[in-house]
Design a protein around this ligand. Structure first.
Ligand SMILES: [Zn+2]
Ligand SMILES: [Zn+2]
Length: 124
């Protein structure tokens, strides 16, 4: 029981410290630095619990698949670097979704992903 709590706490901390949304592989490699017994099944089990408890939220990324981030952040979007394949959080909203849809369409939600090259990958 104690070990399970440590695993969950480690995963929660990874999310609190992460600047960008992360996937299972990244959570696993970061988590193993703190809890060596961590494995993929444990990560999945804890992600499920954290989702259920509303601690984290899921993002369906068009190329990276399913990513997770801490819940309760203000509405925002992502920039996807095509070189290092990382997703970066962008501040705020970049579109007027209501105005983007044709007359008669009721917009309920939207996702925007920008693609390009991040600052650390821009050729010098
Ligand atoms: Zn990059
Ligand atoms: Zn938006």
């Amino acid at each position: 029981m104690k070990r399970q709590t440590a695993q969950r706490r480690t995963i929660e901390r990874i999310f609190r410290e992460a600047k960008n949304p992360i996937g299972v592989e990244e959570i696993l490699s970061l988590g193993k630095k703190h809890v060596t017994s961590l494995n993929r099944a444990t990560v999945y089990r804890n992600l499920k619990l954290l989702l259920r408890d509303g601690v984290i939220q899921k993002i369906v990324h068009p190329t990276l698949g399913i990513l997770y981030e801490i819940a309760g952040k203000a509405h925002h979007h992502y920039f996807q670097c095509r070189t290092c394949n990382r997703a970066f959080e962008l501040p705020g909203c970049i579109i007027n979704a209501g105005a983007a849809a044709p007359e008669g369409f009721l917009v309920e939600d939207h996702e925007v992903f920008l693609f390009g090259v991040c600052p650390s990958c821009v050729p010098a």
